[in-house]
Design a protein around this ligand. Structure first.
Ligand code: AMP
Length: 278
């Protein structure tokens, strides 16, 4: 695998490969099978897949979260090599933000709910880093997980706003055998906490399979009770339209319903989502 740390080196590689179809998979490292599934999705469509590992400081709204974010580039390189990823881009903060100028993006109501509401500035940080990556790489395709469903919607909106030709491809959530959505943050859970956290997907699946039997308020209170019984803390549960991401109060308010949650397990914040119907 080719590993580039500077924009210049990467762009030289891109110039040499300018007739090839470029697929791009941005990550923050501490890679797991979910990330590798994006690499594999890229390899289906592109001649060359570039994965980036960059823990983007400006998308963290809490310093503690940034400080505790898992980092393990050595193991990441081996994982990327195991799936034959061609290029790893490993930029420094200075390479990414040479003049420390950040833009203020406007995504309207898309960024005002759920993660946007609970992590102020988060999506602006995401939009800045993705714009910069796209400026450097100009990929034909970029791959994002539905694990971060709202982020995927924001990136699609960003690409449209910027008038870029990059096609944004959403990829399904990979889960542990227990149902827990794979996440770099899972590394920080104890064995016991991981076991407890599997109740999240269990409860969301129960809601999906029984959604017609109760109203949204009842489903929310069932989920809240299930989470608190395991000593986890519910930050939010929201049922929303899968296109606009605007919360709904009744199932017949939409024909595409997704349930979104954020839960704290000890000091670790987990997010997940399940499509109820579409
Ligand atoms: P991250 O390193 O957490 O920023 O994630 C990088 C990319 O991997 C994002 O597009 C995520 O949505 C995606 N991703 C993270 N976890 C999963 C998962 N369990 N399944 C599929 N994609 C994922």
């Amino acid at each position: 695998m080719l590993i580039y740390k500077s924009v210049n080196e990467l762009q030289q590689f891109l110039t040499e490969n300018k007739h090839k179809i470029i697929g791009f998979v941005p990550t923050m490292g501490a890679l797991h099978q979910g990330h590798l599934s994006l690499i594999q999705a890229s390899q289906q469509k592109a001649d060359v897949t570039i994965c980036s590992i960059f823990v983007n400081p400006i998308q963290f709204n809490k310093q503690e979260d940034l400080d505790n974010y898992p980092r393990n580039v050595g193991a990441d390189v081996l994982k990327l090599e195991s799936v034959n990823c061609e290029v790893l881009f490993l930029p420094s903060i200075e390479e990414m933000y040479p003049n420390k100028k950040y833009k203020n993006f406007e995504f309207g109501s898309l960024a005002e709910v759920m993660e946007g509401e609970h992590r102020p500035g988060h999506f602006n940080g995401v939009a800045n880093v993705i714009e910069r990556f796209f400026e450097i790489i100009l990929p034909n395709y970029a791959f994002f997980g539905e694990k971060d469903f709202q982020q995927l919607a924001i990136v699609k909106a960003l690409t449209k706003q910027l008038g870029l030709k990059t096609e944004i491809v959403g990829c399904p959530i990979l889960r542990e055998d227990s149902g827990l959505a794979m996440s770099s943050r899972n590394e920080r859970l104890t064995v016991e906490q991981k076991k407890d956290a599997s109740i999240i997907f269990e409860a969301l699946s129960f809601i999906k399979n029984n959604y017609l039997k109760n109203n949204i308020a009842e489903h929310k209170s069932y989920f809240a009770k299930t989470i608190s019984a395991k000593n986890m803390e519910l930050e939010y549960i929201e049922f929303a339209d899968g296109n606009t991401l605007q919360p709904i109060q009744n199932f017949n308010d939409t024909d595409y319903c997704v349930v979104f949650i954020a839960v704290h397990v000890g000091k670790v914040r987990l997010i997940d989502n399940v499509t109820i119907f579409n």
